[in-house]
Write a protein that binds this ligand. Sequence first.
Ligand SMILES: [Zn+2]
Ligand SMILES: [Zn+2]
Length: 132
Amino acid sequence: MYKCEVCSRQADIHHIVHKNEGGLDFPLNYKYLCPEHHRGKQGPHRNSKIDIEYKLEMQEKLRNILNKNFYTMEELIIILELNKTRAKKFFKDLKLFKEGYKKEDIIYRLMGRKIYDEQMLEDYYEIMVVLI
Ligand SMILES: [Zn+2]
Ligand SMILES: [Zn+2]
């Protein structure tokens, strides 16, 4: 049984980069959340601020874990605990340099072809202020 990372109640797996945003099925993209913290008002599916915060957190983890500039597919599979077949399909059109795949390209792809930054949270606050 999984425990909610926010309140410790029984949880399900949430994909931080949602499947329909191009998220891959692998441990770093998982967040364990109870029904309330998953699909409730304080959950990423209904609260875009929380959604962005979780994505920034994941992106930061990826940047810390991938501390070299290039990686081979074999290294990525081990480091990120990826399913071999799925990973090969997922990264198949990523540019392959002679040193391997580029760190920033890997992160961009794993984040759903997007790079998140803190500014996105600030933009969100500004939108909220206008709405209030
Ligand atoms: Zn919870
Ligand atoms: Zn979810």
